[in-house]
Design a protein around this ligand. Structure first.
Ligand code: FAD
Length: 143
């Protein structure tokens, strides 16, 4: 059974672009092996991640992620069965912040400031679906 899981979390103090690149690289390697796909957004010290794959694999992956000291305050927004994958091409990609992706976030969460941690559970999956339809993802080297 396929499931998707979406969570928000707060990054450790002083997360550098190099550390973020390492998280992305390790996630891609591991997810490739485990048939996990998804997307990661990061802005102003907050992560918002979407992972999808077989139920048992997602449970194990998320247990490792939740225990990772590189972030805290991990808040699950959604965990549910899905008929098919949304991110079938990417083991893990990082969202690029451009006008289009910012405007998509604002369409779901109106407000002056973009605070990923305040993403609403009901809009988290539609938000990733809208972002997934853009070409604004980085899947390899960041730094
Ligand atoms: P090991 O390499 O044995 O790590 C042992 C412990 O050290 C773990 O607790 C690990 O979390 C921690 N750790 C590992 N590297 C570092 C480091 N450089 N600095 C500090 N602590 C470290 N993993 C996935 O498989 N798929 C994902 O999609 C995924 N997404 C992630 C998203 C975020 C925002 C973060 C912070 C991490 C993500 N990870 C992901 C990484 C995950 O948390 C584990 O580090 C990874 O899966 C390896 O787990 P392990 O126990 O096999 O690693």
């Amino acid at each position: 059974m396929l499931i998707r899981l979406i969570y928000a979390s707060r990054a450790e103090e002083g997360l550098t672009p190099a550390k973020l690149a390492l998280i992305l690289k390790h996630s891609q390697t591991r997810n490739d092996q485990d048939s996990v796909t998804g997307g990661l957004a990061y802005l102003d010290g907050v992560f918002l991640q979407y992972i999808e794959g077989p139920d048992d694999v997602i449970a194990r992956t998320f247990a490792r992620i939740a225990a990772d000291p590189r972030h805290r305050d991990v808040k699950v927004l959604e965990r549910r069965n899905i008929p098919r994958r949304m991110f079938s091409r990417w083991s893990m990609s990082l969202l690029s912040w451009v006008d289009e992706t910012r405007n998509i976030f604002r369409a779901f969460s109106p407000g002056a400031k973009i605070d990923l941690y305040e993403t609403h559970a009901d809009t988290a999956a539609p938000l990733f679906r809208a972002w997934a339809g853009t070409g604004h993802w980085v899947d390899r080297q960041l730094v």
